[in-house]
Design a protein around this ligand. Structure first.
Ligand code: MRU
Length: 356
């Protein structure tokens, strides 16, 4: 059994344990049960972890990267790579392929697996390092993103719209776009957050409202289809969203509905800002056209809260993500840089670390 006594583990334990190494596996807060129940899933096999990722018990790009990383540590404890390489490699492949769109999953799984030759302790240490990096990144993104919004909009309390869930549930703590909202709230500069419901799985209605309530931040939930109209009437000063993969040209895959929100933002003249860690930037993907978009099938669309709402036989199209062309993104905030796409910056021209 491998134990973990880090300070970060203690901090995470005081709040919802999105993903935590238990010493013999992973403990995952089952997000499918939220907000009604806080249930922890104990994953003792790699198959348990893969299933938890697929069913969205753990979700959000950074969080599935961390879950995948610990999944590899679990694989290494169950199948010693020195003596049982074939089983280890098969377990790694199943984790890497559990969901296709967020680059964090594949990247973190491969990063941890690359330590296999150094032994199980090194593998687990790499997974902890990834968790710690995501924790640190969330704090910086929150500060940097809040500063940027105040610069773009003016130094006054803000109304901020967002989509999906990008808080501690989607990362390890604080999150990405929601970390910006949390930081504004902590600075007493948040009038209100306006999370979109995020059909069909309601990550905004179920999870973002739960997190905003826990942080005591003022908020009102918005029906997805009301966003464009509300923006046209001045309901929000800025929009912040997360990302699942950012291509080399800046095109950004994120939860379905993000592209429509970006179009509405541009029409209304409202700044649209992507907030994501460097671990989500994928320079090996040249543009958004080649990002694989997960389709999650008809059932999630044809049912509501577990009750079927369509006639038998109805088929649905259910892309879990869309791609917002970089032309509609004003800026990207990561833990190490701000890229002002609207002013002509590119990911290449503003290299990570350049404008820290
Ligand atoms: O399908 P999900 O719930 O995993 O989708 C998550 C999102 O699209 C988030 O906006 C994205 O991962 C950024 S999370 C910090």
């Amino acid at each position: 059994m491998l134990s973990d006594n880090s300070d970060e583990e203690r901090v995470v334990a005081e709040r919802a344990p999105t993903v935590r190494w238990s010493g013999s596996g992973l403990d995952i807060l089952d997000q499918t049960a939220l907000p009604h129940a806080e249930e922890v899933l104990h994953c003792e096999t790699v198959g348990d972890v893969v299933e938890a990722i697929r069913r969205l018990s753990v979700r959000g790009a950074p969080a599935i990267g961390v879950a995948g990383a610990y999944g590899v540590a679990l694989a290494a404890t169950l199948h010693d790579p020195a003596t049982d390489r074939e089983a280890f490699d098969a377990a790694v492949a199943s984790l890497r392929d559990a969901r296709p769109t967020a680059v964090n999953l594949r990247r973190m799984v491969e990063r941890v697996a690359s330590k296999a030759g150094d032994g199980v302790t090194a593998v687990l240490a790499e997974a902890h390092a990834i968790r710690d990096e995501e924790l640190g990144a969330s704090i910086s993104m929150g500060e940097r993103g809040a500063d940027l919004l105040l610069e773009l909009v003016g130094l006054r309390p803000l109304k901020v719209m967002t989509i999906c869930n990008t808080g501690g549930l989607a990362a390890v703590d604080r999150g990405t776009a929601l970390a910006v909202i949390q930081t504004l709230h902590e600075r007493s500069l948040l009038v209100e957050a306006l999370p979109l419901e995020t059909r069909p799985l309601l990550q905004g209605a179920r999870l973002t409202t739960w997190e905003l309530a826990r942080m005591g931040a003022p908020h009102r939930l918005v029906v997805d289809s009301a966003a464009a109209f509300l923006l046209s009437r001045g309901a929000a000063d800025a929009i912040v969203v997360g990302a699942d993969r950012i291509a080399a040209n800046g095109d950004t895959a994120n939860k379905i509905g993000t592209f429509a929100l970006a179009l509405a933002a541009r029409q209304a003249g409202v700044p649209f800002v992507v907030v994501a860690p460097e671990s989500t930037v994928d320079i090996d993907t040249p543009s958004g056209d080649v990002i694989v978009i997960e389709d999650r099938g008809s059932d999630e669309v044809c049912s509501f809260a577990g009750v079927r709402v369509c006639p038998p036989g109805t088929q649905a199209i259910n892309p879990a993500f869309d791609v917002t062309p970089v032309a509609f993104i004003d800026a990207l905030v990561t833990e190490r840089r701000v890229v002002h796409f609207r002013s002509g910056d590119t990911l290449e021209s503003v290299t990570a670390g350049q404008n820290v």
